[in-house]
Write a protein that binds this ligand. Sequence first.
Ligand code: PSV
Ligand code: MN
Ligand code: MN
Length: 424
Amino acid sequence: MIIGSNNIESHNEGLLKKHQNKLVFTASEIDNTEAIIQKLIDFQIAIPSWALGTGGTRFGRFAGGGEPRSIEEKIEDVGLLHKLNSASGAISLHIPWDIPQDYKAIKALAAQHGLKFDAMNSNTFQDQADSEHTYRYGSLQNVNKAVRKQAIAHNIEVIKHGIELGSESLTIWLADGSNFPGQLNFRKAYQNTLESLEEIYDALPSNWKLFLEYKCAEPNFYSTTVADWGQSYSYVKKLGDKAQTLVDLGHHLPNANIEQIVSLLLMENKLGGFHFNDSKYGDDDLTAGALKPYQLFLIFNELVEGMDARGMNHAKDLGWMIDASHNIKDPLEDLLQSVEAIMIAYAQALSVDRKALEKAQEENDVVKAQEILQNAFRTDVRALVAEARLRSGAALNPVELYRSLSVRKNLIGERGLKTLATGL
Ligand code: PSV
Ligand code: MN
Ligand code: MN
């Protein structure tokens, strides 16, 4: 299925008048709208290949139709998203769920859709049919050296795939940990993990980054070897400049102050990137901004403040990725909603009156500081996000256009009703 520019133009024509009125009103409420729109145009969020199909839980999976069956079809799906919103210009692959065969052809297909390859993800949390050793008791932490070697070799293979595709980062998430007290010697598990990570780090090209993702629990329920930002920080600090921490919004203990974590990691130059999603209970992997949009805004508020303080480029200097799973929604609609929510939070953070906030903070004017933040959060910035899309040739309302073009029905026509996306 291909969405033509003519489809987008006629959709936009129908919505233009209303949009322009909203934009004029927004510009009367916010000072620096032109600068914000430009930053929004530049901002791209990578789509994870594994979120293009229906996810599931251990209780079942209710797949929708027309899901991508190959890496090529996954690229095509991200291409559809990018055509609709011009903000999803990258795909993040997971090996071995996505095994690139013909690099040249895959790169050409991605380029045709205006896509880059964002972080490559390794997988040492599942045994593969051809694996010699099991990860039942962990991978990089394993007491058995042969298992560790297998996991290290896998990560190095992932880097090699990434080099061929033009990716520049590797994300490592480890399921390693223990299920019961006494099962693991924490000190040895840490040391084994560090040594293994060092070997992987040594295989990184000079222009690459290694992102070490943390997660408080699951699949292990007593201890996790990289369980929180402090543990990730302790590893990446030892590894070197190319290693940084990756924050997945769903990987914290309840009520964690994620915005403060982000601020601290940025200050230490150890924030590498994000996996955006939302949650109520645990690693729920729900649509970004669906439950806690204020938290998402507060995170972006720290990001904008911290990146500006360090002179960083918002669009290029961190890895922006979604990590989501959809049990009941159409995955593509869900991803459009996630990207929109992230862009809104970013726009809101860009609209914060920084000087006034700094003054309020210096004067310990707590009420004023709250007024400033909440004013930015409560001012409707959706017209700015839509304007950024319009200027990039994308749709004013991506979900509406997706539906009016019956994209899912077309994909079912092409790929069939019973498709099992590779991966999750
Ligand atoms: C683990 O929960 C995680 O967030 C990691 O990023 C994985 O690679 C991803 O989910 C996919 O299962
Ligand atoms: Mn993640
Ligand atoms: Mn997760």
